[in-house]
Design a binder for this molecule. Structure first.
Ligand code: HEC
Length: 133
């Protein structure tokens, strides 16, 4: 009987532990902070390619002070892209992440590619909020 109680206690503590880990799930990259992870992810996921004016044309030689303020999809007739600093400033972290699931419309914006990375999108949000609008 006491062994069974012990088993239940261990199972309960494990469930509690896993619950906690899931709630505070970090981004998939190792970084010193969520903000640093967000900065790295913005670069590697190509957000600047379309959302920073002149990024593609200069080979990425745009100072961080000018990142993600909106621009155009590179190439002839590329559609305009919104200012992501302003977008993030206008919504909660939860709403920012949720839109990547809600907006499945055909668009130059690669919505579908970003629907599997909620913890990473949260870090991107943190980075966007750290930039001045
Ligand atoms: C290939 C070009 C391209 C890339 C790369 C890209 N975007 Fe976009 N993005 C667009 C375009 C075009 C729109 C406007 C059309 C739309 O909303 O579907 C847009 C819209 C958005 C919006 C909607 C903003 C609003 O109006 O509410 C968000 C948020 C966004 N992008 C975030 C990102 C993030 C974060 C990344 C990097 C992980 C990224 N985008 C990479 C082209 C791109």
């Amino acid at each position: 009987m006491s062994r069974f109680v012990g088993f239940l206690t261990v199972a309960f503590l494990l469930a509690l532990g896993f619950g906690t880990i899931e709630a505070a799930a970090p981004p998939h990259v190792a970084a010193s902070s969520s903000l640093e992870a967000g900065k790295y992810l913005v670069v590697i996921a190509g957000c600047n390619h379309c959302h920073t004016q002149g990024w593609a044309a200069t080979g990425g030689k745009v100072p961080q002070t000018a990142w993600l303020k909106g621009g155009h999809v590179p190439g002839p007739g590329g559609p305009p892209t919104p200012n992501l600093r302003a977008v993030a400033a206008g919504m909660s972290r939860t709403a920012f992440v949720a839109q990547f699931h809600a907006k499945q419309r055909p668009s130059a914006m690669p919505w579908v590619n970003l629907q599997h990375a909620d913890t990473d999108l949260g870090a991107i949000y943190d980075f966007l909020r750290s930039l001045k609008t």
